[in-house]
Design a protein around this ligand. Structure first.
Ligand code: SAM
Length: 274
């Protein structure tokens, strides 16, 4: 910990946090030296890591815009929502419909401390502290039930969160419980660390190293195979172009990412419940 750093009440800065390491990677300011140390180790393996962070947020904006503007989704459940950043889910959704509702969910105290920036102030958005490993708690939460109408389609956002569940924490069961609670016409948007295995063997060996660093420093981080990630979508129907590297999911004219170190290390997809 740097000598001049002061932790907000309830926030532990003696150990790194996923939310704050990611905040650093996407250019945020709500991180501490302990988090930046992890980020720097990751950047040694993947020197384009900051570009990868920007690609994650750009994908999030494209996917939410698609859900609101093209799929007609007016309510979102964003789990593992992260620290507030430049453009948040509700701001993207509100560009399409200012009445769109968003419930943000995260289990990191830092997110709650800084989360006021996630609240639109007009009753459309809310933030709750909850753990995705207990999906029923989220689904039954009074704020979730108050803000979201489970008889109407919901956009379930699982951006970069399931890869922070280890295999023993039943990520498949968690995803299934969440999917099952949604009515027809709902959508699941997902991004996930990807081990491209035989599709890109040279990248595959690098993600093994990244997984080691993440688990040593954060205790989580699973780069899963394509089939494992596809299983999280269950029987929802993947919309075009399917499960693809982030830059290839409905690019919107922003410069297409060069194929650097992280290009084949994450997949993104949006799927619809019939
Ligand atoms: C890499 S960040 C992704 C933030 C945002 N979804 C995005 O894609 O830009 C992962 C977030 O998931 C949260 N998270 C990790 N494990 C979680 C859990 N078990 N329950 C709820 N949130 C979790 C972390 O605190 C962090 O804010």
């Amino acid at each position: 910990m740097a000598a001049d750093e002061v932790a907000p009440p309830g926030v532990d800065i003696s150990t790194p946090s996923i939310a704050r390491v990611y905040d650093f990677m996407v250019g945020g300011k709500d991180n501490f030296e302990v988090d930046r140390l992890v980020a720097r180790r990751a950047l040694e393996i993947a020197p384009d890591g900051l570009e990868a962070g920007r690609a994650c947020r750009a994908l999030l904006r494209r996917a939410v815009r698609y859900l609101a503007a093209e799929a007609g989704i007016r309510q979102f459940l964003d789990i593992g929502s992260g620290l507030p950043t430049e453009t948040n889910v509700h701001q993207v959704a509100h560009q399409v419909d200012p009445a769109a509702r968003v419930v943000y969910v995260d289990n990191d105290p830092s997110v709650l401390v800084h989360g006021h920036a996630l609240l639109a102030g007009d009753g459309t958005t809310a933030l709750i502290e909850a753990d995705i490993r207990s999906p029923e708690t989220i689904l039954e939460h009074p704020v979730v039930r108050e803000k979201l109408d489970f008889t109407q389609p919901i956009g379930l956002l699982l951006f970069s969160v399931l890869h922070h569940l280890n295999d023993g924490e039943d990520p498949g069961g968690v995803a299934a419980t969440l999917r099952d609670a949604l009515p027809a016409g709902s959508h699941l948007a997902i991004t996930h660390f990807w081990d491209p295995a035989e599709e890109h063997p040279e990248t595959s060996s690098r993600v093994v190293e990244a997984e080691r660093v993440f688990n040593e420093s954060l205790g989580t981080g699973r780069w899963r195979r394509r089939a494992e990630i596809e299983a999280f979508v269950g029987d929802f129907e993947l919309i075009e172009p399917g499960l693809v590297p982030l830059a290839e999911w409905r690019p919107d004219g922003e410069a297409v990412a060069e194929q650097k170190e992280t290009y084949y290390t994450m997949l993104a997809g949006v799927a619809r419940k019939r």
